[in-house]
Design a protein around this ligand. Structure first.
Ligand SMILES: *[C@@H]1O[C@H](CO)[C@@H](O)[C@H](O)[C@H]1NC(C)=O
Ligand SMILES: *[C@@H]1O[C@H](CO)[C@@H](O)[C@H](O)[C@H]1NC(C)=O
Length: 330
């Protein structure tokens, strides 16, 4: 096991790899682990899924593990999915077998200050033993493709007695709408199939994943088949929406040349004069670049270059300095 450094300690690797530990002192706000999410006892169905969610807090941040009779759970059908930097862990069992999976599972949270354990009991019923009110998924979520920034709705309808509560898992972790800044909502309307639907607004690439709808009541828990949500990112090669315009100006005149390009991803836009870059490489604007020319003496050609991972395009503006034709006509 890796050493656990308490708060206020700084480790420095000195010359010749010597490990020096400096005690910085001060904040000794050590705190033993405390559960913020405790697993609940569950009644699953043979062939189905059960997952127990456990999360702890403390200082230093605790590490959460799952045990069975004091030993780490270990089977092909058992998976531990860590989250919150290992301060949380989901124990997922799939497919459930009866009676062999019927056990008490232990979630252990540990840091350098202490260790605590919470227990959760799993009961697994055969399909022909289920009580009549056992939750049923009447309609599970379906594979969906959504364009980035658009709204995606994953539907789920379930029945049972009492009326089951619907929750969602994404990639085996519980979906927490309250952690999404209101972007992810579980719809609460009375009418099915909208009742338990998960609505994801202005979808992001991180929303892509495997979603499961879970119906739970006092009789047990039932998982839907998983459904993938794909978030598609449109890819559009750069093109100019405002082409740079050629100008004729008087000697010593000023002119601004605007160049605007669009695409997805948005292209960078720079100006060049011949082979010379006029826009600093490390400060290249995206989408729009205005070349400001002052006190122009000589005619020249300026090239606007727009580039993204999908391509590079160019457009030339010709700046022609007119020969002075004063009142004397020379
Ligand atoms: C060019 O743009 C600058 C900054 O917006 C502005 O101050 C200036 O007057 C413009 N020059 C011309 C010739 O339009
Ligand atoms: C700018 O480009 C045009 C067309 O290629 C060319 O005829 C002209 O001589 C160029 N002007 C300058 C100042 O290089």
């Amino acid at each position: 096991m890796a050493p656990t450094w308490g708060p206020g300690m700084v480790s420095v690797v000195g010359p010749m790899g010597l490990l020096v530990v400096l005690l910085v002192g001060g904040c000794a706000a050590e705190e033993p682990p405390r559960f913020i999410k405790e697993p609940k006892d569950q009644i699953g169905v043979s062939g189905g899924v059960a997952s127990f969610v456990c999360q702890a807090t403390g200082d230093p941040k605790p590490r959460v593990t799952w045990n069975k009779k004091g030993k780490k759970v270990n089977s092909q059908r058992f998976e531990t999915i860590e989250f919150d930097e290992s301060a949380g862990a989901v124990l997922r069992i799939q497919p459930l077998r009866t009676p062999r999976d019927e056990n008490v599972y232990e979630c252990v949270a540990q840091n350098s200050v202490g260790e605590i354990t919470v227990h959760a009991k799993l009961t697994v019923l055969r399909e022909d033993q289920l009580p009549s009110g056992f939750p049923n998924i009447d309609m599970g979520p379906q594979l969906k493709v959504v364009e980035r920034t658009r709204t995606a709705t994953m539907l789920c309808a379930a029945s049972g007695n009492p009326d089951p509560e619907i929750t969602w898992f994404k990639d085996f972790l519980p979906v927490d709408p309250s952690a999404s800044n209101g972007r992810i909502k579980q719809l609460r309307s009375e009418s099915t199939p909208i009742r338990g639907a998960l609505q994801i607004e202005s979808s992001e690439e991180t929303d892509q994943g495997k979603y499961e709808c879970v119906a739970t009541n006092s009789a047990g828990v039932r998982y839907s088949s998983p459904a993938n949500l794909y978030v598609r990112v449109r890819r559009v090669a750069p093109r100019f929406s405002i082409l740079p315009v050629s100008h004729e100006i008087m000697p010593g005149g000023n002119v601004n040349i605007t160049c605007v390009a669009v695409g997805s991803p948005m292209p960078y836009v720079k100006w060049m004069q011949g082979a010379e870059d006029l826009t600093p490489e490390d400060d290249m604007p995206v989408g729009r670049n205005v070349l400001e020319l002052t006190d122009v003496k000589d005619s020249a050609n300026y090239t606007c270059v727009a580039m993204s991972s999908l391509g590079v395009i160019e457009a030339v503006a010709q700046i022609t300095v007119k020969c002075e034709q004063g009142p004397w006509g020379f």
